[in-house]
Design a protein around this ligand. Sequence first.
Ligand code: DX5
Ligand code: ZN
Length: 224
Amino acid sequence: TQPVRIAPSILSADFARLGDEVRAIEAAGADLVHVDVMDNHYVPNLTIGPLVCAAIRPHVTIPLDVHLMVEPVDALIPLFVQAGARIITFHPEASRHVDRTLAMIRQLGCKAGLALNPATPLSVLDHVMDKLDMVLLMSVNPGFGGQQFIPATLPKLAAARARIDAHVAGGGQDIWLQVDGGVNADNIGAIRTAGADTFVAGSAVFGAPDNDGGYRAILQRLRA
Ligand code: DX5
Ligand code: ZN
């Protein structure tokens, strides 16, 4: 069976206390810190850049999982590598040359991920499977935390899982399957059954009551 990785999204954290927030989720058992980068161009929201990424880096030992919702992407990649990202994911619509962008991320020493919007078909993966470390399926339209999980993501996850398993069976490298948007303790079981191994959760985690016991409890519930 696949491992389970939980990646709290700091989009829903207290931005005035980000250092404390990321330390708290690591102490509570998070596997990754999911960093949502939005540019008010590819998505209608504006969040954080490499400076904030670099500022939180020393507060945790778990990897920074940087989700770029920006267009164009290429020029920002080295800046996020410099800022301490370990995983960099982008949307294929936001790069003229997806194969080249994937290769660039790996060349700079990070894991490379491709993020598919709810209406983006899995066929964008067709010719780049060997260049991927992670596939991110969006289960909401990107731009905001706190949205409702789109149920059509479940069969899409199952189809993505089958592609990845076939790739691995054919001698290919492992590829993480991440789901992002509207994940909570009520639907995570079905999402897991559909084949995801890496779970982003923003409002479900940071909406929890307090900063230590509360985060630990919700992370344990999600993992269970
Ligand atoms: C949406 C972001 C998600 C979001 C998830 O554009 O990519 O990572 O923060 O937040 P929740 O878990 O609240 O849907
Ligand atoms: Zn995200």
